[in-house]
Design a protein around this ligand. Structure first.
Ligand SMILES: [Zn+2]
Ligand SMILES: [Zn+2]
Length: 247
């Protein structure tokens, strides 16, 4: 009888470590559902702006937008560029409820952050998901940014208070809006239920993809105004410079 739990534990570990790669179906030979070859081939973010992580040739410089009109967050940490196959994986996670893709990418982000902390990057006091507009969350049934935040919180033992950051007003999609229209659209769209919880805290905002950064910058403004010491952004992927849309 006494040997039973041991056997169960061994079988459990064997099953758990017997993962297949989610991209090529080959045995992954490790706890991650991704083989080493596919991991190497992913579009890792290379040289980028030191503030907003926009892909640019000089790895020690600010991009033009951060030079002339810097966002209110201090830094963006993103392991990947939002290009194939990352865009497809995120889209399947976000719109087709393919949770294993979301979990895999969140685990890779957690690994990347662990490395960042090991290299002297400051651990945040708490992480907050970018809230989805209520109507969109009702339609979709979940907030993918909150799911990433939950997986990160578990993997990195980071405090992740729910219902602290709220979306108080419906906003239209930011896609296709110019900078001023984006700012107007987001004005007063967010609030904090208990501002005292963020006083002097280092906060990391979590989103799936960072495109223009205007939503995260607006929320950072609110957090700093309410007493946060520092705001960084963690995301799965960063887009390259979006095409300029003239209205
Ligand atoms: Zn593979
Ligand atoms: Zn920048």
């Amino acid at each position: 009888m006494s040997c039973q739990p041991d056997i169960f534990t061994k079988v459990y570990h064997w099953l758990k470590s017997k993962q297949s790669c989610l991209l090529c179906d080959a045995p992954s030979q490790r706890l991650l559902a991704l083989c080493e070859d596919c991991e190497t081939e992913l579009p890792w973010l290379k040289s980028h702006c030191i503030q907003c992580a926009l892909p640019i040739p000089d790895p020690h410089a600010l991009c033009a937008d951060c030079t002339h009109n810097p966002p209110l967050f201090s830094k963006v940490i993103s392991p990947f560029e939002f290009t194939f196959p990352l865009d497809t994986l995120i889209s399947r996670f976000k719109y087709q409820q393919n949770w294993p893709y979301g979990q895999l990418l969140s685990n890779l982000l957690a690994q990347y952050l662990n490395h960042y902390f090991d290299q002297g990057g400051q651990r945040p006091d708490l992480i907050l998901a970018v809230p989805l507009a209520k109507r969109r969350q009702r339609q979709r049934g979940y907030n993918q940014a909150q799911m990433v935040c939950d997986w990160l919180s578990k993997a990195l033992a980071l405090d992740n208070p729910k219902h602290l950051l709220l979306r108080t007003r419906e906003t239209i999609s930011q896609q296709g809006l110019n900078a001023k229209a984006r700012r107007d659209n987001l004005h007063n769209a967010f609030a904090l239920s208990e501002p005292a919880q963020i006083k002097n805290k280092h906060i990391a905002l979590v989103d799936d993809v960072l495109t223009t950064g205007s939503t995260c910058s607006t929320i950072s403004g609110l957090l700093l105004e309410q007493g946060a010491a520092r705001v960084e952004v963690y995301c799965l992927a960063r887009t390259a410079k979006p095409l300029t849309v003239s209205l």
